[in-house]
Design a binder for this molecule. Structure first.
Ligand SMILES: NC(=O)c1ccc[n+]([C@@H]2O[C@H](COP(=O)([O-])OP(=O)(O)OC[C@H]3O[C@@H](n4cnc5c(N)ncnc54)[C@H](OP(=O)(O)O)[C@@H]3O)[C@@H](O)[C@H]2O)c1
Length: 304
């Protein structure tokens, strides 16, 4: 997948983000850019599709190399396009599942007691807000809502809120959690079959999904979300939830952000059953990005 860019006027960071938001909007509405297309951003940030010859930037999901620009792109603009455009274009962009984990050098996402604010630096926090805004749903496990009481809204960058999805199989979480009360964005709970009658927070819909040995089928979770129009899903954590998605081979991309910190015994990021030989290890195609003091590995995973 590549992106060709011809920049006549300056494409600054704000305009580049405006373009990425437009590409994300098209993907979310079922019409991702799948063929070579030109775009310009005007002074107000409005994005318009134009003939490639008049374009500030030309997107081509099927061409190599990713970027060619008539004028030089600032490094931060290049990185922005490089990191996010591939998540929004091409035929696979309509149904796309991405996971993210922010971990220490020793692979922990939080202390044993669950304190995780903040493992990674501010640039990576902004990155997560960007991801939320490019996806239909931001999904977390019950452990994350219990420990962090997060809002899961898009606040640090211009962009839409995703639907907040909490995997709480036995509806054990308190109804007083912020995201159940603030009304800031649509919110949905996914639980095991037969559990919905235990009672959900007011105005928060609950979806029941089949389970085996108390484990919800990740494919069924995704099907249930897709039937509600949530086809682009960002799995924000924590480690247990993300690991279920990796094990089920239902992630298209995995972002692992590593920060220069050693936590010691804590809550692990990715935790999967072992393999007998390294031939059986997952070897994703990766790209690396620097986010402040942190390093982000962008991993392409083969879906089952
Ligand atoms: N650094 C980061 O990137 C990051 C991101 C998010 C969170 N965090 C931190 O991570 C910690 C929480 O992570 P965690 O790994 O302990 O928990 P988690 O993944 O947030 O939640 C795990 C729980 O979610 C439910 N669950 C998720 N998927 C399920 C499935 N397929 N089937 C059945 N149940 C499922 C289960 O709930 P039940 O327990 O009810 O069975 C499970 O125990 C917190 O300390 C939080 O601050 C860090």
């Amino acid at each position: 997948m590549q992106l060709l860019a011809y920049v006549g006027a300056v494409l600054d960071e704000a305009r580049a983000w405006g373009l990425i938001r437009e590409l994300g909007r098209r993907a979310r509405t079922g019409n991702p850019v799948c063929a070579r297309s030109g775009f310009v951003a005007d002074a107000t940030g409005r994005i318009e599709e134009v003939h490639a010859e008049r374009a500030q930037i030309v997107i081509d999901p099927n061409a190599e190399p990713c970027f060619q620009s008539a004028s030089r792109l600032a490094p931060e603009v290049r990185q922005l396009l490089d990191l996010y455009v591939p998540l929004c274009v091409g035929p696979g962009a309509r149904d796309f599942v991405i996971g993210h984990v922010g971990q220490s050098l020793d692979g922990q996402i939080a202390t044993a007691g669950g304190a995780s604010r903040y493992v990674t630096g501010p640039e990576n926090i902004v990155h997560m807000h960007r991801l939320r805004s490019l996806f239909d749903a931001v999904l977390v496990g019950a452990g994350t809502v219990e420990c962090d009481d997060p809002e899961l809204t898009t606040r640090l960058v211009p962009g839409e809120h995703a639907t907040r999805v909490v995997v709480d199989p036995s509806l054990r979480l308190s109804h007083t959690r912020k995201l159940y009360r603030d009304g800031a964005a649509p919110t949905l709970i996914v639980c095991r079959q037969g559990q919905a009658e235990r009672g959900a927070p007011p105005r928060v819909p609950v979806v029941e999904v089949a389970s085996e040995n108390a484990l919800l089928s990740v494919s069924d979770v995704l099907l249930a979300l897709a039937s509600r129009g949530l086809r682009r899903v960002f799995v924000e954590g924590g480690g247990v939830t993300l690991s279920h998605f990796i094990q089920a081979r239902r992630l298209d991309r995995l972002h692992v952000t590593i920060c220069p910190m050693i936590i010691g015994r804590g809550r692990p990021g990715i935790s999967l059953p072992g393999v007998d030989s390294l031939d059986q290890a997952l070897r994703p195609v990766t790209r690396r990005f620097t986010l402040g003091e942190d390093v982000l590995f962008d991993c392409q995973l083969p879906r089952s």
